[in-house]
Design a protein around this ligand. Structure first.
Ligand SMILES: Cc1cc2nc3c(=O)[nH]c(=O)nc-3n(C[C@H](O)[C@H](O)[C@H](O)COP(=O)(O)OP(=O)(O)OC[C@H]3O[C@@H](n4cnc5c(N)ncnc54)[C@H](O)[C@@H]3O)c2cc1C
Ligand code: FES
Ligand code: FES
Length: 474
């Protein structure tokens, strides 16, 4: 099922007829010979393949970084793809100069990825600072230079730009004038509007083997099969990526990405702790593509978004053609990777009641390294109190059973009980009877039980620091 696609790659408009599931990295390197974009892990872990995608949203072009090894080319139809070659100017850019000044490159294999990520950060943030610039490179790994000099290069680049760019008006032109990006960037908005007409694509073919949302799970597991199958790129479907609030209910389109969650004003207002906690999810390029629907259907026992939504007692709204139904997320998992999902049925949206007064929410995750790692164990809690008694409570636990769990007996024990360390300790011993962890690369079964115990304590210490302290659990 080849399709005709139109895109802008760097400064060139391209029309190509290819399988829409072709991995963008392979297209760039093998068809366009843009070999500055490197192939490292091909699993989203190293960032050597990072490119920028520019997308026309309203009247502006929004740029974000992605791992081109996990991106189907069909998803860049009508968009601007920027590789390291597309950042080259007559002379080196401020970022490239900083890398040289700070000795931040040796073999150079990782360098294009770092420079693309950092450029993408400045391109998409009129207000920038050193810490956030460094965080923007959280998906890039260097194996030979050592990260310290790379951090210094980010620092030097940020200082240079802070000294040169004093106002955010005509920000794009400012970046061009200081040599951070080439002049052709100023023509991209107009050119994307022109190719928008050509780039309409009917993606739904039948029978469908793969429904692809962000592709961050599917392209790790199955990219070769995808290339031989009919696929459904959900970015062309009616499934939305919007987050809405209606009468105290939060409604999340299944294509909402983790970055969308972090940036959502609704989430910031009602679940403020998530903004920082979600930065423990993958890396910037992974979060830019990973969707809520994909996280739920991939059905990993340690899926972070699923853990959060379970504790919030979320409901799934499913759709197959025009037939719709809904069910609680907790009833979706029937066994390891076995779902209450019919053939060709899709998650359309997810909804949950937004927290009200006296409601508390927390998410905790422990992994072998803090960033860019999946959890050994994760857990989320939602609770409501009335007159120092717990009136409603849900606790989820991931990595301690074949499916993401909601710990029913734990909650039943605590309902109508006082918020005290002795009650919490007793509830924890009940929780540990509800789980069935196994020993694997992420830790032994005993270690995972211990982690869950500590995470439950961490929930209460974080949420009620004046009432519950660490020494009461020692
Ligand atoms: C480097 C790296 C780091 C990661 N770190 C984390 C992490 O920290 N925490 C974590 O939880 N996960 C992590 N992941 C896993 C992954 O990013 C998430 O599970 C992500 O949310 C999957 O979403 P997606 O849109 O990319 O799914 P896809 O790969 O597009 O799809 C996954 C599955 O869901 C199905 N699907 C997608 N959308 C729908 C829908 N609307 N209806 C029905 N079926 C659908 C697909 O058919 C497929 O079976 C990581 C992955 C990588 C590569
Ligand atoms: S090749 Fe390593 S993240 Fe893509
Ligand atoms: S410079 Fe060699 S891997 Fe980073």
């Amino acid at each position: 099922m080849k399709k005709k696609l139109n895109l802008i790659c760097n400064d060139s408009e391209i029309e190509v007829t290819v399988h829409p599931g072709l991995v963008l990295l392979d297209f760039l390197r093998k068809e366009l010979y843009l070999t500055g974009t490197k192939e490292g892990c091909r699993e989203g872990d190293c960032g050597a393949c990072t490119v920028l995608i520019g997308e026309l949203i309203g009247n502006a072009v929004k740029y974000y970084s992605v791992n081109s090894c996990l991106l189907p080319i069909g998803d860049v139809n009508g968009k601007h793809v920027v590789t390291i070659e597309g950042l080259n100017n007559q002379e080196l850019t401020a970022i490239q100069k900083s890398f040289i000044e700070e000795g931040a490159s040796q073999c150079g294999f990782c360098t294009p990825g770092f420079i693309v990520s950092l450029t993408g950060y400045f391109l998409s943030n009129k207000k920038f600072d050193v810490d956030s610039a460094i965080q923007a490179m959280d998906g890039n790994v260097c194996r030979c230079t050592g990260h310290y000099s790379i951090l210094k290069a980010a620092q030097t680049s940020t200082k240079f730009l802070l000294s040169k760019i004093t106002e955010s008006k005509n920000y794009l032109n400012n970046l061009i004038n200081v040599g951070l990006i080439p002049a052709y960037f100023s023509s991209i908005k107009k050119r994307l509007k022109e190719i928008e007409q050509k780039s309409f694509l009917q993606m739904m073919d039948s029978p469908l083997k793969f429904a692809i949302a962000g592709g961050t799970d599917l392209f790790v597991q199955n990219w070769e099969n995808i290339l031989e199958s009919d696929i459904n790129l959900l970015s062309y479907s009616e499934i939305s990526s919007a987050i809405k609030e209606e009468k105290g209910i939060c409604i999340i389109g299944a294509r909402t990405t983790v970055t969308d969650l972090i940036e959502s004003e609704i989430i910031k207002k009602h679940l403020p702790s998530l903004k920082d906690k979600l930065k423990l999810f993958g890396s910037v390029p992974v979060r830019n593509k990973a969707t809520v629907g994909g996280n739920i259907v991939n059905a990993s026992p340690i899926a972070d978004i699923t853990s959060i939504l379970l504790a919030l007692n979320a409901k799934l709204h499913l759709k197959k053609n025009k037939v719709e139904r809904s069910l609680p997320l907790k009833d979706f998992y029937k066994g390891y990777k076995t779902l209450e999902l019919k053939k060709d049925e899709l998650i359309d949206k997810i909804s949950f009641k937004l927290p009200t007064a006296n409601s508390y929410f927390n998410f905790e995750k422990v992994s072998q390294r803090t960033y860019l790692d999946i959890a050994s164990v994760n857990s989320s809690i939602f609770l409501k109190t009335e007159k120092n008694k717990i009136s409603n409570i849900q606790l989820s636990a991931g990595g301690v059973a074949p499916v993401p769990l909601l710990l029913k007996n734990f909650s039943e024990f605590l309902i109508d009980k006082e918020l005290s360390s002795s009650n919490i300790r007793e509830a924890v011993s009940i929780a540990l009877l509800e789980i069935s962890p196994i020993s694997d690369v992420r830790g032994s079964a005993d270690y995972k039980s211990l982690l869950l115990r500590q995470l439950i304590f961490a929930h209460f210490i974080t949420l009620f620091p004046k009432k519950i302290s660490l020494k009461e659990f020692a």
